[in-house]
Design a protein around this ligand. Structure first.
Ligand SMILES: O=C(O)CCC(=O)C(=O)O
Length: 283
């Protein structure tokens, strides 16, 4: 995985974005306020509020659903204490609106990312995970460039460009792969195209920013309890703005209709038969 020091971040990022290649901007965010938050600060800021925590989509039989449902309700302060103690668990908060839950913390980073020469949508999406938890491999349905900045521990990210979708056994009609990367050894025989898979691997440390180009598949393993914040970059060409608008509407409709009774089960059946027809193996 290409990487660069903060002093070269602007030029290296510009080049990477032009070529649509990932890059790690090491230490780019080391002076952001979030890089000095402690788990205790976070627990204090959220008080006694509770949220639904997510687990592994594969362990919970939700591998064809867009957003897995929460597996438990947790007090945020209790969850952050677990992360501080580095307890192993599958519990995650995915695209979490920490700004709404902890408005007393400084969440303003858009101008800091603006130093890279891009404009980001000013909506921070936070991702928290316990040691050993995983975000299943997927790409973002709105087809935008992403900047993911990491804090308070380590996570490992695997990245694959859009040409790898077949080798990843993309589930038709979704942004998901059928491959459970948490159990690669046991699924490798069933998914033999994994042999041809080519991609990138990187471990992120506090203050590192990762550029994830449009449509890049990403799989995340939390090596320790830690969190990140992702910002979406506004499209810079008419073509990509159009594709983003189209995929955003289609993806949002998909999420909405899946809430109707029976639709999720019907979609799962339809996708399973399309999957078997495309790859010659059952989903
Ligand atoms: O870090 C994570 O757990 C997932 C990040 C992600 O999926 C994203 O930023 O789109």
């Amino acid at each position: 995985m290409p990487e660069c020091a903060p002093s070269h971040a602007h030029d290296a990022f510009r080049q990477a974005r032009l070529q649509q290649k990932p890059i790690v901007l090491r230490g780019f965010a080391s002076d952001w306020p979030a890089n000095s938050w402690t788990w205790r600060d976070l627990a204090r800021a959220v008080g006694s509020q509770s949220v639904g925590v997510r687990g592994s989509a594969f362990a919970n039989g939700q591998s064809t659903t867009f957003f897995p449902k929460p597996i438990a309700q947790k007090r945020l302060s209790t969850y952050f204490e677990q992360l501080q103690d580095n307890e192993a668990s599958s519990e995650r908060l995915f695209a979490f609106n920490l700004r709404a839950k902890a408005p007393s913390l400084p969440h303003e980073n858009a101008h800091r990312l603006g130093r890279l020469g891009c404009r980001v949508v000013n909506i921070p999406a936070y991702f928290f995970g316990a040691r050993g938890s995983e975000t299943r491999i997927h790409y973002d349905f709105d087809w935008v460039d992403l900047l993911l900045t990491h804090f308070l521990g380590q996570k490992r990210v695997l990245l694959f460009d859009p040409s790898q979708s077949e080798n990843l056994y993309q589930i038709p009609g979704t942004v998901h792969s059928a491959v459970d990367f948490g159990n690669l050894e046991s699924v490798a025989a069933r998914f033999d195209r994994l042999r041809y898979l080519q991609g990138y691997e990187v471990v992120l440390n506090p203050g590192d920013t990762l550029f994830i180009p449009k449509g890049y598949w990403h799989h995340v393993t939390y090596l320790t309890g830690s969190f990140s914040v992702t910002y979406r970059i506004w499209p810079n060409t008419l073509g990509s703005a159009f594709k983003t608008a189209r995929t955003f509407v289609a993806g949002s409709l998909d999420i909405l209709i899946n809430h109707l009774p029976g639709v999720a089960a019907w979609q799962a059946r339809r996708r399973a038969s399309a999957f078997a027809a495309r790859y010659g193996v059952p989903l």
